[in-house]
Design a protein around this ligand. Sequence first.
Ligand code: SF4
Length: 424
Amino acid sequence: MLTKAKDVVCTFCGCLCDDIILTLDENRIVRVERACANGMGLFKNYNPDLLSPKIRGKEASWEKAIKEASEILSSAKYPLIYGLSSTSSEAQRVSVKLAEALGASIDSTSSVCHGPTGLAMQFVGEPTCTLGEIKNRADLLIFWGCNPIVSHSRHFARYSVMPKGRFVQDGRKGRKIVVIDVRLTQTARVADVFLQVKPGGDFELLIALKALVKGKSLDAVEAGGVSTKVLQELVTDMKTCRYGVIFFGMGLTMTKGRDLNVRELFSLVKELNDHTKFSALPMRGHGNVTGADQVMSWLCGYPFAVNFSKGYPRYGPGEFSVVDLLCNKETDALLVLASDPVAHLPSKAVDHIMEIPTIVIDPAESLSAKKATVYFPTAMYGVDCEGTAYRMDGVPLRLKAPMKGNRPSDEEVLEAILEGVRRC
Ligand code: SF4
């Protein structure tokens, strides 16, 4: 019998669109409405058929797999827990408890995306806001180093460019859209203004903008590859808008300057608040990567790259972060939670993953899962298990479980491993 589930949350990206309609035939998703292509893929490709864990590629009982995973982690000298960004905050919380029990390092995918945003935030604060405020108030939107038309396909329609807001009743016509990027992206093509910054020139551009906002004049004819005249026009728009927002992505956080770029961006936004209302918001990628930062921060005091080997949390981006630990061959066991490092990390890091025992907890049998010493196929948060996820603006959403599943949640598997570790 077909049933419909309404107001389902899509957890593919940080937009967490909460208006998805699923048509279900028992434990199959047969129709998906309102999701973008990325969200469609998430729901339509969901396969809940794999019910047994695997040890070295062979099916095993849950008890045996939990025992094996617990022994691997307990006997390791330097275990690492990594991932966290595509699971519920309830599971993230247990993963931190497990890291503490093991004296392990724990790191999320933030360290390879918006980690520099966290660092910048700690230095200068974060001039933030919610997507609801943006929809209702923002009349100047600047997209810097991000391409939401491809990566967050419904962002324009639901939260930023298109919607009619309480104080922006003309929707798109009531907003000016500026894109700053190194190339003419699909997002840049639909913007009112496109500023092409030279690769690595973002910091210079930010400094120049801040100087102009402060009323200083520039001797140079250009900064970061953009003419001073164009920059002056942008500064005029920034100072005279009613409410401006800068959305920024990995074009700023993962290029030359990294956290210094974001620091400068936040400082620029702070300056702009002397003239009008302005905010900045990171375009977070994975569905609950914001939750990973939140959970780690309220449990450890730090958002990522935390080490528990001394019995208390120590913060060390560049030391306790995943790429550094793997490339330096420091870690001797890896637990991957809802992530696929074999597919996404640099080859030197992947080489080390191939040499050490790994445990993967993931609804999908990813590349990392296929390589894992122990693999646990789990329920997917927001599909066949409930949970909490934080939207890119830090707003937590409760996820329902529209489908009845037969697999345990990530949280349940982690709790069982934690119990096993305590017994070892
Ligand atoms: S924009 Fe993101 S959250 Fe919304 S439907 Fe697309 S992938 Fe899902």
